[in-house]
Design a binder for this molecule. Sequence first.
Ligand code: PA5
Length: 449
Amino acid sequence: MLKFNFNNFSVERCLNGNSHNEINSHLEKVRKSFEVIKTNPPGFVQLLEDISYVNEIQQWVEDSVIGKYDHFVVLGIGGSALGNIALQKSLKPLNWNRMPKTQRDGLPTIDVWDNVDPDFVQSNLEVIDLPKTLFNVISKSGTTAEAMSNYLIVRQLLLEKGLSPKDHFVFTTDPEKGVLNKIIEQDGIKKFIIPPSVGGRFSVLTPVGLISAAAAGIDIEKLVQGAVNAKKRLFDSSVKDNPAAMIALHHLLFGEKGMVINVMFSYSNALFYWADWFRQIWAESLGKATDNDGNQINYGLTPVKAIGATDQHSQVQLYNDGPNDKVITFLKVENFHHQMTIPSLHTDIEALSYLGEKSLNQLIDAEQRATAYAVKNHGRPNMAVEFPRIDEEHIGEFIFVYEMATTLLGYMKHINPFDQPGVEDGKIYTYALMGRTGFEEKRKEIEGN
Ligand code: PA5
């Protein structure tokens, strides 16, 4: 189980911390929001009631991907990409794509093309062998310009090489909506569905995140089981013992005190990509103009990512001495996969000799604890999420806890955490500028400005 430490959120420990009275006066609000989730479970919760879909994905990947392709590429963006990247980076070696195939047990390299920067796309194209590549086009709406453009580029290249789209694409999309369904029918491309009730940024445990994970040999059953176990624990515990509820409640209270910047500070390179995933779920779910009654509130908490120890030499000066508007969440690891000893050399130079025979594991732990203590002493609240190990079960638990915390905070603020009207706006003006039929008026509007 993950260990959540909220001690440095308390007013006894930290100048701007939350008091027992503040917490207690909001407990009923969190409890009611939890009841709403229990009686009317959102899509990402319902998903975990029957996880037989996981076996289907695993079976298909074993039959149709492993041993057949050298490269697996995801074409998607936002919720259709960030979870894939985070799973790959946290559960497989960071140098996966640079390892020889034999060291990868014959499994494919994994790439996620989540941008339309032409230099980025070209550089990605240069490291794959098209005839040996399977492309997973992921788009819930089946219309997003970035995923669709990259799809069109790849399709053209396949056709030029006389390769059949059916052999090189698998689509992950809505059961009915969107243009991908039309192409599936036309070409007989393999399709996986994203349940309509599961929003993009909550979809990492659907086929969206699981196909590329299974292709890399990640144990997707253990991953989803980690979320199922977390669900049971959260649903059975009291609010005060419920980490998702406490994350939501503390951040709500800090937000009301003007501490509206939330830093996820990972003391692990492998976990750092979850800070990217967190940025999306926190920003898109909670950044809203109006509440559910139409009152203008312009609510939101700004998520920021940082990596330790590296960013101690970049960000911590600001966190300690700058505006007191930040709440920090440290991610830390109890048992790294490797133990690395620092050799005892230059024993006559004190500035080096104290490091001798200590381990990098000790050093990174000391750096995290020292930073947490220092920022607390500067009145900056911080909490820690400790992973006993980075493995499938703990990652599944982390995903579910943060999906729940986001939803609970949204419900407590009386906003809809599952829509993203601000993202849709940008999509519409992009269609207009790219000359899509039906968006002529929008084009005139933007060009006139
Ligand atoms: O969370 C969301 O809904 C969005 O960030 C989407 O994931 C993103 O816009 C991509 O959308 P789609 O999967 O429809 O291509």
